[in-house]
Design a protein around this ligand. Structure first.
Ligand code: 5GP
Length: 180
């Protein structure tokens, strides 16, 4: 069973549900009905968060997706990012909200912000479920943050280890044997 490898539940399903509602309320209040908001989900980690979050946004939105991968090993991020899947829509003069699973060093989000701003949108804001502020290497503004967490590798609610555990309904830390 998937759950045999869980050491600790860091953030419960209920805490996530409450936080997602709160973020949805904030976002709904901050944007106007007349603004064309494009919610950009970053694949694959953000999809579970995104699908819950957009149902709490009480405004007309369009959905789009990007997939990126960083060059080099995941433990030693170089900051160079490759686009695996780009947006389908032109975002010029539109309001863009990037939805991420987790901001760690900030290098991925920095790249995405620079890249999206170069397309002349009306605005770009960022929303992440999780933030590891102690790991930050570059300065990026997180406009909406669910939870700040310590420097621990987490899985669940979209986040994976070797493509596993994305379907856990909570955020958890794995037992050491899960990595063997
Ligand atoms: P950054 O560019 O901010 O260093 O890295 C962001 C990406 O690293 C996230 O989108 C995610 O894919 C991955 N990442 C960073 N920390 C974790 C973690 O604790 N768990 C998982 N599953 N992925 C992480």
């Amino acid at each position: 069973m998937l759950e045999n490898y869980i050491q600790e539940i860091l953030i419960s399903e209920e805490e996530i549900t409450n936080k997602v509602k709160e973020l949805g309320r904030q976002i709904s209040n901050d944007y106007g009905d007349d603004q064309q908001l494009i919610v950009v989900g970053i694949l694959k980690g953000a999809i579970i968060f995104l699908s819950d979050l957009v149902r709490e946004i009480k405004l007309p939105i369009a959905l789009d997706f990007m997939a990126v991968s960083s060059y080099g090993s995941s433990t030693e991020s170089s900051g160079a990012v490759r686009i695996l899947k780009d947006l389908e829509r032109d975002v010029e003069n539109k309001h863009v909200l990037i939805v991420e699973d987790i901001v760690d060093t900030g290098l991925t989000l920095k790249y995405l912000l620079d890249n999206l701003w170069s397309r002349k949108p009306a605005s770009v804001k960022t929303c992440t479920l999780l933030d590891k502020p102690s790991r930050r290497l570059v300065d990026v503004t997180v406009d909406y943050n669910g939870f700040s967490i310590p420097d621990k590798f987490v899985v669940g609610y979209g986040l994976d280890f070797a493509e596993n555990y994305r379907n856990l309904p909570y955020i958890a830390i794995l037992k050491p044997e899960a990595y063997e």
